[in-house]
Design a protein around this ligand. Structure first.
Ligand code: HEM
Length: 476
């Protein structure tokens, strides 16, 4: 009896991979170049070793990113669904298109967007001062754990610029921050355990129950701020609010833009809430990740660090003064360093697209219902495009060098119609924080680039904390 059972299990174990190999999708997949496979088990060993369950294939990806036909998302973004619902990051089809059109004017380079961004600059500068004060309390320590520091600072920026309210660093805010972290843990479980990717199985797990209570905290927090703002607007006349927000230059928040659209019937309150949640998530964790890796790397690159400091000295001259928005455009070398950091440590290490219908791309047929992952981390380390890829060489981003490369060889903000809507916002925030930080502190290395061990996650992270030491500079 036991023997029959073992035979039956063995047969099933052999039959399933054979079926996947010989069905149409399997035959098409087999023609696409990828890592070496073993008989029957295929790439299982590679998948096990990489601690993620994605299958690797190698094809040119430009067509996928540049097209509106293949820009649908599915797994793993759907792991964020209970929290972000159908916000811009996760939504698809007509809904995504309509929302993107509605939100673009606040972020892209039209005059209105630039005006709004310039207003956000004041928030970046104020919040950077808070960050510097937090570092001041820590600078005597032999080492400072970077990510918690930057995560809090960037979330405060996103709350203020999105919600239009100065969010205080209170226990309620800390609880919100902690819940975002806990939600990240739930997503991580699903990313690394294939069975938990199946909704039915996940819904019965203790993780799903935990996620439910975390999402409640996350939603309650944003809902109460949105409702308060909505009530305040109702107390004022619509025209006064519009004048305040866009003409009298009182902090123009994403929320105001959304509530204006709600009044015009272009979005409902559920839509407003899902976009607010999406921007708070997508806008802070990514930026905190770049800051963490960049500060660590600059601490280890004394030549680049000195070069940035010299550039700042040229900009500020002899007299100490406040940073201005015009100063930011003069920080050309710092900008190259930010870009080089994003090359080596792209906050979004892979992009995923769901290919719904069978399609021919670059001479290969991709079967329908394929999850296609583009590994930004590896694209940025192609030695043919970036010789000596592990070395930190900011000059790679001088305009004359950029001109020799394909735009698809550098995609930290993705590319095509579904690229990052907040990239100008992010660059401005990064320049503000990095310039203020390097003006005030000399960074000394603790964690070395070779110590980093990356984990599988939606945002680039490591197994262990990343540390540097901050040594105050003596100004002039
Ligand atoms: C350095 C910081 C940032 C990096 C590296 C980054 C990177 C990205 C990437 C790679 C995507 C595409 C994701 C995908 O297709 O899977 C994306 C999308 C997005 N980002 Fe960013 N991002 C950053 C900062 C921001 C900021 C500050 C905001 C908000 C102000 C933001 C809002 C969004 C939104 C809403 C989307 C979805 C766009 C869509 O699907 O139409 N991001 N980001």
């Amino acid at each position: 009896m036991v023997l029959y059972l073992l035979w039956a299990i063995g047969l099933v174990l052999v039959a399933i991979p054979l079926y996947f190999r010989w069905c149409r999708a399997g035959r098409l997949m087999a023609k696409i170049p990828g890592p070496p496979e073993l008989p029957v088990i295929g790439n299982l060993v590679t998948i096990y070793r990489s601690k993620a369950w994605f299958l690797l294939i190698f094809i040119p990806f430009q067509m996928i990113l540049s097209s509106t036909t293949y820009n649908e998302k599915n797994l793993p973004y759907t792991f964020l669904y209970t929290w972000l619902r159908e916000g811009l990051l996760v939504s698809k089809g007509e809904k995504w298109h309509q929302r993107r059109k509605l939100l673009t004017p606040a972020f892209h380079s039209c005059a209105r967007a630039l005006g709004i961004l310039n207003e956000h600059f004041h928030c970046f500068r104020e919040r950077t001062q808070d960050l510097l004060r937090a570092i001041e309390n820590e600078h005597n320590k032999a080492q400072v754990d970077l990510n918690p520091l930057f995560t809090k600072a960037t979330l405060l920026v996103m709350c203020e610029t999105s919600l239009g309210t100065k969010v205080e660093d209170t226990p309620v805010f800390d609880n919100y921050l902690k819940s975002i972290h806990d939600m990240g843990e739930c997503v991580f479980q699903r990313l690394t355990q294939p069975l938990l990717a199946i909704n039915f199985i996940y819904s019965m797990s203790s993780n799903a129950r935990r996620e439910k209570s975390i999402v409640k905290v996350l939603h309650d927090y944003t809902k109460q701020i949105v409702e308060k703002r909505r009530d305040n607007r109702m107390l004022n006349s619509k025209s006064v609010v519009k004048e305040n927000v866009y003409e009298k230059k009182i902090k123009p928040a994403l929320l105001d833009l959304l509530l204006d659209e709600e009044e015009q019937g272009n979005i409902d309150i559920e839509g407003v809430l899902e976009e607010v949640d999406t921007f708070l998530f997508e806008g802070h964790d990514t930026t905190a990740s770049v800051l963490t890796f960049m500060v660590m790397r600059i601490a280890n690159e004394s030549v680049a660090q000195n070069h940035i400091y010299e550039e700042l000295k040229d900009i500020y001259g002899d007299s100490p003064r406040q940073l201005t928005v015009e100063d930011l455009s003069k920080m050309r070398y710092l900008e190259c360093c930010i870009k080089e950091s994003l090359r080596l440590y792209p906050s979004v290490p892979f992009l995923s697209r769901y290919i719904k219908h069978e399609v021919d791309i670059a001479g290969y047929t991709i079967p329908k219902k394929t999850f296609c992952n583009i590994h930004v981390f590896d694209v940025h380390r192609d030695p043919e495009v970036y010789p000596d890829p592990e070395r930190f060489i900011p000059e790679r981003f001088l305009p004359k060098n950029v001109a020799t490369r394909s735009p698809y060889s550098y995609i930290p903000f993705s590319a095509g119609p579904r690229n990052c809507i907040g990239q100008k916002f992010a660059m401005m925030e990064l320049k503000t924080v990095m310039s203020e930080l390097l003006w005030k502190y000399q960074l000394e290395p603790i964690t070395k680039p070779e110590d980093l061990v990356f984990t599988t996650d939606l945002v680039l992270r490591t197994n262990h904390p990343i540390y540097v030491r901050f040594r105050p500079r003596v100004q002039f």
